[in-house]
Design a protein around this ligand. Sequence first.
Ligand SMILES: [Fe+2]
Length: 246
Amino acid sequence: MTSTLDVARQRLTTVGTYLMAPAELNAHLGVGDHVWASFGEHWEDLAPDTYAAELGTTRLRRYGHFLFTPADGTAEPVPHEAFIQPDDSNPLYVERDRYFEPLTEAFTKDPLLQRILQFMGELATALDDVEQWSAKVTPFRVLASADDAGQPSPEGPHRDGVTLVTSLLIERDNAVGGESSVFATTGHRLLAATLKQPGDLLLGDDRRTLHDVTPVRPRDPARPARRDVLVVTFAPSTRSGRPRRQ
Ligand SMILES: [Fe+2]
């Protein structure tokens, strides 16, 4: 029988992207639908993204860095540091280190985060045979009002400069828009989908695709719109914690 992991691996290595349904992800993680609401409580404790604010968008986030070792399936947190965007990836932040608040201790130690990192680490290892992965974990909350659309991807179509890029929907509230697209480097769109259900997971081989998300707006203009996601990226580690220059 073909497993979820086999299908995801096959799509990632051929098409370059795969959208995994919550039922598939939950089955692989060994969890029920209910876990996303409790995991989502970490999103109530994020910090303002001052860099996104410069661009006029309201975004909250934190940042954590882990080293994932495929041989034993462990994901160990490493000391907090500035966020380095690898070369030739995000045009807004070339050679500009950004500082973000660290993940809370409760978030870092959440067993579900560990399980997610192990699962994604297996997928990254399907893309490349790497001794150790640098896994960067960013919970995002984008807020929008009737006057101000929320920009999940203010830079437009971009790469993150890594091997595997993942976006996991945690929750949406009163939101329309926020459609994700994945493009080949030729500009051809490989996939378009709106992550709507908690546990919807978009995967991309970042070495040969670009990704983008359209603005989010409130469905009911009297209330703010909210989109909570977990973005995790995997790049080969140099063990120093900084990504290998590509
Ligand atoms: Fe990105």
